[in-house]
Design a protein around this ligand. Structure first.
Ligand code: PLP
Length: 447
């Protein structure tokens, strides 16, 4: 039961991920107690629509008995089996096979992790191993995008380009490089899709030339930049960058940790541009947040190069909980729900969400509305013509978050003034309309 002593226990003992420790100590924790469908209830009984699906992960929505049953059954039968040393479980094998059937092109090999950060770390290790196996170990430099997010491990945080993840942590590492984001709303070349794509291509070419063409190993991109503020590239951007990577002889890694599993409509966002990356990372919607799991999908070429390079030796990369059978059983149950109508509902609800957010475009605070499917943002400005961002301190976004919460809506308030939306795919029309109404009320209170 919730009580003030719980807040004190939290203050005294629980270190929260990505939080201002001192700010958090002052404000105290908000405890969520239960959830069903797209609604979460806090410990005081206040109900809210979860417009952010937890941390953009509960794509299926809360309270699915089929998921709970799948986990319970697996726990009863076999709660753990290592994937090390050629051991395994039926659930993990079946889940890998089901996924491989659905991944783009020849991404037929599935390496399970515990979440997104270690999926990204795994790609870095696989990339390095791949080039060693080819006899080209000098290809050891990595490029990613400004405003990108690729996790919070030391390696992932270095590929990430958000200041809080760098300052004081000694990252990025000296082999991690950045080029500007496509960021259509704030791109110096303007909003023309062709110009944006050409600018990104030129930036990648320049960076590769600067580092040395035979040194660059891989380029990382999210199909939509999530934590940077839901930044949507023009259609064709992913395809252009994928093709350029092939031309420049560098691997193209698509980070679909947020965009995977129906978040933008189809199972994977790479399908919008009909591309096949060399590797893809997923997590979050993979198990809909019910239990932790991530994965790397490897192309035939990458997998076979590594396998041939290792020969009889073990490829020394693994986690105790890689291919965890309970997570795999949950993943299988979640996949059934996606394909049993949730993906379709997400497409319908996503169109309604985008139309609803567009209807707020005339609000004096709304500078930009963007998104795809059930992944969207509005970027708030104090002067629309000049696109003046909200003051850079985290405080205004914190206040907007608090107001939305009081109005019965959980959203993500980014430090740059963007408000992020990633509701569960199960949302009804009425819930989408409520998200829009509660956003409008929150914006009016913020004026
Ligand atoms: N990559 C992307 C694109 C993400 O958005 C995230 C998390 O938000 C990660 C990687 C890291 O995933 P995790 O938090 O599961 O470690």
């Amino acid at each position: 039961m919730f009580s003030n002593s719980l807040i004190e226990l939290d203050r005294a003992h629980l270190v929260h991920p990505v939080a201002s420790y001192r700010g958090h100590e002052a404000s105290g924790v908000r405890v969520l107690a239960s959830a069903k469908g797209a609604t979460v209830t806090d410990a005081q009984g206040h109900q809210m629509i979860d417009g952010f699906a937890g941390l953009w992960c509960v794509n299926a929505g809360y309270g699915h008995e089929s998921i709970v049953e799948a986990a319970a059954k697996q726990m009863r039968e076999l709660p753990y089996a290592t994937g090390y040393f050629s051991l395994g479980s039926e659930a993990a094998i079946r889940f890998a096979a089901e996924l491989a059937e659905r991944t783009p092109g020849d991404l037929n090999h599935v390496y399970f992790t515990l979440g997104g950060s270690d999926a990204v770390d795994s790609t870095v290790r696989f990339v390095r191993y791949y080039y060693h196996a080819q006899g080209r170990p000098q290809k050891d430099q990595f490029i990613s995008l400004m405003q990108g997010y690729h996790g919070s491990s030391t390696v992932g945080a270095g590929l990430t380009a958000l200041p809080n993840f760098h300052g004081g942590f000694g990252v990025p590492l000296d082999w991690q490089h950045k080029i500007p984001s496509h960021y259509p709303y704030r791109n110096p070349v303007g909003t023309d899709p062709k110009a944006i794509i050409e600018a990104s291509k030129a930036a990648l070419r320049e960076k590769v030339a600067e580092i040395g063409p035979d040194r660059v190993a891989a380029f990382y991109a999210e199909p939509i930049q999530g934590s940077g503020g839901v930044i949507v590239p023009p259609t064709g951007w992913m395809k252009a960058m994928r093709e350029l990577c092939r031309e420049l002889d560098i691997l193209f890694i698509a980070d679909e940790v947020i965009t995977g599993f129906g978040r933008t409509g189809p199972l994977f966002a790479c399908s919008h541009d009909d591309i096949v990356p060399d590797m893809m990372t997923v997590a979050k919607g993979l198990t809909s947040g019910y239990v932790p799991m991530g994965a790397v999908f490897l192309s035939e070429t990458v997998y076979n190069t590594i396998a041939d390079g290792a020969g009889a030796a073990a490829v020394g990369h693994g986690y105790t909980y890689s291919a965890h059978p309970v997570s795999a059983a949950v993943g299988l149950a979640v996949l059934k729900l996606y394909e049993g109508g949730l993906l379709e509902n997400g497409v319908r609800a996503g169109a309604r969400l985008m139309a609803g957010l567009q209807s707020l475009a005339d609000h004096p605070l709304v500078g930009d509305v963007r998104g795809r499917g059930m992944l969207a943002a509005i970027e708030l400005v104090t002067d629309k013509a000049r696109k003046t961002p909200l003051p850079p301190a985290a405080e205004p976004s914190r206040r907007i978050f608090d107001r939305a919460w009081s109005n019965g809506l959980v959203i993500r308030a980014f430090a740059n003034g963007a408000l992020g939306y990633a509701p569960p795919l199960c949302c009804t029309d009425a819930e989408i309309d409520a998200i829009i109404e509660r956003t409008a009320k929150t914006l009016d209170q913020t004026l």
